[in-house]
Design a protein around this ligand. Structure first.
Ligand SMILES: Cc1cc2nc3c(=O)[nH]c(=O)nc-3n(C[C@H](O)[C@H](O)[C@H](O)COP(=O)(O)O)c2cc1C
Ligand code: SF4
Length: 622
């Protein structure tokens, strides 16, 4: 057994918070301290075993004895709450980041990941022994650094899984072919780590690689039973691979919630050691469902704790307040890590700066917030939290433009943040006034400062002959045309989303985009999915083209960069998705009369994360 103070474990999530020496930094300490108190255990981010095997230049390492002091500090920070710590050890094999100079790539075979990467060397015995020695040394350091347990990464398409997977392992020696053979090397690693340390060992596996040629749950029953025989303390069941099925690895909103729970539940019936459940467990309802259906297992929480560090404390009734929901969008967390900026979050502007909470205002002021989109609602809540009296004005529906965000296919989880804000506004007794604001509403009602969160509106280009057109109307199911020929002018995020919706109703879609690619700026997993869908439905895409004239209701002239023209015929409907422009005229009417703060899209059209962040930062300083 794991002997944790409760069932919740922080899942391993790469943060990108280290310096390029792999050391523990203050940012790590702040991040984990903010989350550790009400958890049974924390698995800090995967620790690299060798400098040449990093997934990120800013990953934490356990490759050398000089890392032990820093890791001790990290353990101290987490364990002060009686929370256990688990060192997650991973050899990425062929998935070591090819962009990091000095990285090397080894694997079961010399097959390159089909989504890109370096060509790995098929491991010989010496390579395998060296990899085992890396695990042994890391396990010994983990013990010295005061970790309570070890987790071996044998899933997610990393080295051990590359041996387990028939899709990757092409060997003809005793480590390839049958499942027994493919399990051999991972079991050798496990056995070596058991011998090297007395710490309990958890094994993380993918229950299914989620593509036909990969391994599946039946294989993992056998593997887990073998691990149990050899002394594993628990199996942590996730899904997918970093190479072939990232949406499953990251449990993106585009995949169905609950598949990993089902697999973990089935594994519970096959072994006698605990199974750790993970995957989009981000609401009290999910926890109740898992506890009700599956004999109260351990639960690993990842992004739920990024979005709300107090998720477990609030669920357990040890902390007050509403849970800020994770949307499973992967935009701020995975997006932040991939961009090199480090983990962030769309809905939580305080990730990584949890020590810098908004303080009470020196002087209470009467403040108007104009615009009830994400930025306006966040500004109102932070101002209220700081002690100000706030009125929130919204001319239509709270949520603003973001009410369109969850309408494209498979994005309904995005709605949860608007629901959260609405409930919070109510709980905090923030008065919401539904009206279009005039300058007199602000100057005549005794406000001392005003926050303009007036958002943005579609920018309509001056195209000759353009008269009748649609914008976001087709995102609403009731407006969606069927079997029509639709021209979408602008293939950015909104144009691509509208197109994705249109093809579901058998519309013939043509996209004309001025830049050299479609869906620029879309979160990377979503982009891949969306582009594949548009391709499957034969959406015609003209990149590096602009529309120069709407000749008549059914004919449109387009032109490429060299001036070559083409006429598109038989067009039934035109969608304009050429971007947004800020709405902020009130600032000119109010200038010199009252201090004005502009936040969100009213500064510059951007994404939800920037809207919330700019509003939060402005409200922190008023
Ligand atoms: C930004 C990010 C980085 C992650 N990095 C890793 C990793 O390096 N190794 C790993 O096994 N899982 C990694 N995961 C997966 C998580 O451990 C977890 O399985 C996944 O996020 C699903 O759980 P959740 O829905 O509670 O977040 C990562 C997830 C995210 C969002
Ligand atoms: S960025 Fe999105 S998926 Fe990631 S933690 Fe925040 S809300 Fe969840």
């Amino acid at each position: 057994m794991l002997h944790l103070k409760n069932q919740f474990i922080f899942a391993p999530i790469k943060l990108g918070y280290s310096n390029n020496k792999g050391e523990v930094t203050d940012k790590h300490l702040i991040f984990y301290r903010a989350r550790a108190e009400h958890l049974g255990a924390v698995i800090p981010e995967p620790l690299y075993l060798d400098k040449g095997l990093r997934e990120l230049p800013t990953q934490m390492g356990i490759d050398n004895d000089d890392k032990i002091e820093g890791l001790k500090k990290l353990n101290h920070e987490i364990k002060q709450f009686g929370t256990k710590t688990i060192a997650h050890l991973n050899h990425p094999g062929r998935m070591a980041n090819p962009k990091i100079p000095g990285n090397y790539h080894v694997s079961a075979s010399d097959q390159i990941c089909e989504n890109g990467g370096a060509k790995p060397r098929s491991m010989d015995r010496a390579d395998m022994d060296y990899a085992i020695s890396l695990f042994i040394n890391a396990a010994k350091r983990a013990k010295e650094a005061n970790f309570d347990m070890i987790e071996l990464q044998f899933g997610h398409g990393y080295l051990a899984a590359q041996f387990l997977s028939p899709a990757v392992n092409q060997r003809s020696d005793e480590y390839g072919g049958s499942l027994d053979n493919r399990m051999k090397f991972p079991l050798e690693i496990f056995d070596a780590v058991v011998k090297a340390t007395d710490l309990p060992i958890i094994v993380r596996i993918s229950g299914d690689e989620m593509f036909p040629e990969g391994f599946h749950l039946e294989d993992m029953f056998t593997f887990s039973q073998e691990l149990e025989k050899q002394g594993a303390a628990a199996i942590h069941l996730t899904a997918g691979t970093a190479c072939s099925t990232p949406p499953w690895f990251f449990q993106h909103m585009f995949i169905k919630k609950g598949k990993t729970w089902e697999m973990a539940g089935q594994l519970q019936n096959k072994i006698n050691i605990p199974v750790i459940f993970v995957g989009r467990i981000n609401s009290p309802k999910d926890i109740e469902q898992i506890n009700g259906n599956y004999n109260r297992p351990y639960i690993a929480l990842g992004r739920a704790l990024v979005a709300d560090p107090e998720f477990a404390g609030k669920y357990l009734g040890k902390k007050e307040g509403r849970i800020r929901p994770c949307l499973a969008c992967a935009e701020g967390c995975l997006g932040g890590v991939k961009s090199g900026k480090g983990l962030g979050c769309v809905v939580n502007p305080q990730v990584g700066i949890e020590h810098d909470m908004p303080n009470k205002a020196d002087k209470t002021k009467h403040i108007a917030v104009v615009g009830g989109g994400l930025a306006g609602m966040q500004a109102a809540l932070t101002l209220k939290e700081r002690g100000h009296n706030v009125d929130l004005y919204e001319k239509e529906k709270l949520g603003g433009q973001f009410n369109l965000a969850w309408l494209p296919p498979k994005k309904d989880s995005l709605k949860e943040i608007v629901d959260y804000y609405k409930l919070e506004l109510k709980s905090q007794n923030i008065k919401t006034i539904h009206k279009k604001v005039t300058p007199e509403d602000i100057t005549g009602n005794g406000y001392q400062e005003v926050v303009l969160a007036t958002g943005a509106e579609p920018a309509v280009p001056p195209i000759k002959g353009l008269k009748t057109y649609y914008w976001s109307e087709f995102l609403h199911d009731e407006n969606l045309p069927e079997d029509k020929s639709v021209l979408v002018i602008g293939g950015g995020l909104i144009g691509a989303e509208i197109s994705s919706k249109l093809v579901d109703k058998n519309n013939k879609v043509t996209i004309v985009e001025m830049l050299d690619e479609v869906a620029r700026g879309m979160e990377m997993i979503e982009r891949k999915f969306t582009l594949a869908k548009l391709k499957k439905h034969d959406v015609e895409m003209f990149v590096n083209h602009k529309v120069t004239e709407i000749i008549n209701d059914h004919q449109v002239l387009i032109e490429d960069k060299a001036g070559n023209t083409k006429t598109l015929n038989k067009i039934d409907k035109i969608v304009i998705a050429t971007g947004m422009k800020s709405v902020n005229e009130l600032q000119y009417d109010l200038q010199g009369k009252i201090p004005v703060h502009i936040v969100g899209d009213a500064i510059k059209p951007a994404k939800a994360r920037e809207a919330i962040l700019t509003a939060f930062n402005a409200a922190k300083s008023i």
